[in-house]
Write a protein of this length. Sequence first.
Lengths: 295, 483
Amino acid sequence: MLEFHGACKRFGDVAALDGCTFAARPGRLTGFLGPNGAGKTTAMRAAFRLVELDGGSVTWRGHPVGDGDRVHFGYMPEERGLYPRMRVRDQLLYLGRLCGRTAPQVAGTVDALLDRLGVGDRANDRVDALSHGNQQRVQLIAALVNEPDLLVLDEPFSGLDPLAMGVMAGLLSDLAAAGATVLFSSHQLDLVADLCEDVVIIDHGRVVLTGALDEIRAAVPDRFVDVRFTGPAPEWAQLTGVEVLESTDGHVRLRADSRADAGSLLSRVGRETRIVALSFAPPTLSELFRRVVTP
Amino acid sequence: MSNLRAAWLVATREMRERSRSSTFRISLAITLVVVVAMIVLPELLLGAARTTDIGVSGATPGGLPAAVQTQAAGVGLTARLHEYPTRGAGEDAVRKGQVDVLVVDGRQLEWPRAADERLKAVVTGAIQVVAISERAAAAGISPGELATVMQPVAVTNVELSAVAGRSSADQTATVVMTGLLLVVMSTYGALVLTGVVEEKSSRVVEVLLARISPRALLAGKVLGIGLLGLAQVGVMALAALIAGTAMGSLDIATLRPAVLVWLVIWFVIGYAMYAMLYGALGALASRPEDAQSSVAPTSMLMVASYFAAFFLIAQPDSVAARVLSFFPATAPMMMPGRLAMGSPGWWEPVLAAVIAVAAIGLLVQVGGRLYATAVLHSGPKLSLRDTWRTALTAPHSPTRGFRLHAGNVWARATRRTTMHRNESSYRWTVTALMAIGVALGVVVGVVTADVIIGVIAGAGFIALTVQTFNLWTGHGGPAPSGS
């Protein structure tokens, strides 16, 4: 488990982290969310001691992160970086050996990952000869060369095509399922909602929402009802206990209380109206995000 | 993983990747060819010049050919004689360049151009010897008696060098070696510099520093490039040795073994010290364009210590030479010269080396911190002052209490400067430094009675101090931080 305890870091007059406290649990994918400049990158760097905190601490399995821990971590920084003129496989072997693993151990991991991510045939090319997407894949492998216990990825999905996103998502899920702690930041909230068990949302260096996504959503008192229909529109506004958020021809979006009964709600829709699609759900992650983050 | 093991991994990567690049291989091949050519070509050209062709025609005294051969051998020439039946045929041969000189009737020398003095002396001498032998025989003096009379006095030649007991060959060898040291230090120091800036601008440094310490990364880089450089210099020296031995022109006897060993030691120390400085200061730059200005003061210091060594080699036991040979930044250039030309006690180079190694240890600590602070910073070029302050006040610093205090005092002292009189104080300081430099130049010029040395000292002082001040305040360069 990776834990932040009141982490603080100032750059001049700007507080990048301002008492940031949260945890990322093993065996789960944790989405790390926040608007630009919220302090996500600084927090991730702090986990690797790439920035020295002004206050608070970051612990791994209960003790402050040390050099002995870092070699079991994998990191994909936001600003991607590899030696452009070094060959792909040589570079990955080098990075793996920097984690204290022997050459044969690293070679096995690297070759398997190169094949899994479909860049096995580019192993002996220089990095700068690869397409952007392939460089991203190599960058991901660079974070995985030591089969890390903790994987921290800063915007791993940015710049990926939908296919590559699928591969990345599958890989992250597999790693978490195998017991790794995975923390990644993203602005693609729908993707995070699909993928992550846990979320952490920070704003202005403070955690504004954290926990298991299902529990957070269940705990929110609001439910949203989306109805697509044909035929005459009922008088939605006269229904009790609901609020009309949006109403267009053939679609309405209502807000109801979490204790509201969806069945009784529907019974009040007139016979003339045919329902095409219906959903009764707690707020989406995007809605939660907009609610907790101050513009 | 230990820092040592990490540094070694970094070093082996540097060596493998760099020795694999085609630029490295081509430059190594070219330097090898140049080194061998510099040794072999003069020998081949001089070898050709050591043979001379002499034509004879008309009434030639019987002993002349043999006498010419003897005289020529005396000055290291091989003479080949060609007889021509007529004077006209001989003159033709002169004009066609087939012979260097034509001897007519044993008493007239005909040249293609102005007479070659050495050859003239050889042939004239031979003619005199033959004439004397003939006259002696006519006067009834036996060849044995003649030989006794003509017995030459052995004359020895002594070359007086600037320093008693050391030949001028010693001096040349030392100057060449110090120059080579300068070239090696700046070449491989520049490789460390560009390596650091490349890692920073390609952002790979963040991936590396998530795994190993900045100190291991910097030290490993310096070590790897240094070992590669040492190997390259070694290959060149070996090629020079083989070529020189093969051509029979090598004279290593002038350098004593102890001097040679010390030279290698100072090579290593000098390189390590300046490469560390280059690496730590290079991290201040975010772009390759800024890198040169970051290390300008260091480069100047290196060149200045070379010139100091060059000028002081004639007075190896002077106070100035002694002081500079113990100062870490100038010792690598100064001490080899003193060892070769002067007579320092055995403890002097040892003590200087210990001081220099201690300075390198300090540099690894301080430079490593500067590097760690600067290398993850992107954006405009950093000023050394800001980096230094950040590095000093970092919480993990071992002497935090003292440094925090020093940093605060310093911050308070400089905040006033930066806020209220930033631009004008900068101009004033630069003007003051220039005035001091001019005064220094005038004083040095008057004291040494040498205008050039005065100009070098004054201009060197101004360049060094103004560049250092620019680096400290972050002034100069295309994008000042503006804060």
